[in-house]
Design a binder for this molecule. Structure first.
Ligand SMILES: *[C@@H]1O[C@H](CO)[C@@H](O)[C@H](O)[C@H]1NC(C)=O
Ligand SMILES: *[C@@H]1O[C@H](CO)[C@@H](O)[C@H](O)[C@H]1NC(C)=O
Length: 217
């Protein structure tokens, strides 16, 4: 009986560990030393003597980001790269601004679930499950929507006025792979013959998309 209870504890511990996002921290703070050349899973810690409030602070989400780009949207991240004090804490935020018609194009976050809170405006949002089912909804000011870890998702402002959200992540650095850019703007490029077969189109079409998405020099 005792052995069974112990086994249950161990398996549930393993389960909860596997279900978590970033690993737990082993100390109060580990403010990232972003300049350190030492590579670990995350960042090495600054000397505590050099830690201050500035390491935990960021004002970059206070104002709308500029959305006058091709997609009409801008993601402003507040992750460990901007807030070194987030290192090992397993959370971060972004602000996303959308012009009317703006799109945050289909992408995934390999390391985090995302939950967005609409500051203003209205958005059509969705994610696609591994069974290829689209789960989508229109959301407006004050509402919240969740994008499960790793699943492809998007947000589109089909309204006539700007929109903005605050997005929270259970990772200090969720990572982003934007599907179109990942496939059509990688360096070195993904071979045309991979893309023509995958998308069932010709080389011309693939080259056209590649030229449109080419990274700005
Ligand atoms: C604190 O930072 C200063 C300036 O960056 C640096 O010269 C000093 O060596 C640091 N001290 C510690 C204890 O890391
Ligand atoms: C976007 O607007 C800003 C400020 O109005 C301007 O400085 C910038 O050049 C514009 N960018 C593009 C891509 O038009």
């Amino acid at each position: 009986m005792v052995a069974i209870v112990a086994l249950l504890f161990v398996t549930s511990a393993i389960f909860f560990n596997a279900a978590a996002a970033d690993p737990d921290l082993l100390q109060d703070v580990c403010v990232a030393d972003l300049a350190s050349g030492v590579k670990v899973n995350g960042f090495t810690c600054k000397d505590i003597a050099n830690v201050s409030a500035a390491d935990f602070f960021f004002e970059g989400l206070a104002k709308p980001g500029l959305t006058n780009n091709t997609l009409g949207s801008l993601v402003t991240a507040a992750n460990v790269q901007k807030i070194p004090g987030l290192n090992t804490l397993g959370v971060s935020l972004s602000r996303i601004d959308y012009a009317p018609g703006g799109l945050n194009p289909p992408h995934t976050h390999p390391r985090a679930t995302e939950i967005v809170f609409v500051l203003y405006g209205e958005l059509d949002v969705g994610f696609i499950t591994t069974a290829n089912v689209l789960i989508s909804k229109s959301i407006k000011k004050g509402e919240v929507f969740t994008f499960p870890k790793g699943l492809v998702h998007f947000q589109k402002n089909n309204g006539k006025v700007p929109a903005a959200v605050i997005a929270a992540f259970n990772s200090q650095l969720p990572g982003t792979q934007s599907i179109a850019a990942t496939l059509f703007a990688a360096t070195p490029p993904v071979p045309d013959n991979v893309l023509t077969k995958a998308f069932q189109v010709g080389t011309k079409e693939v080259e056209k998309i590649k030229s449109r998405l080419a990274p700005k020099k």
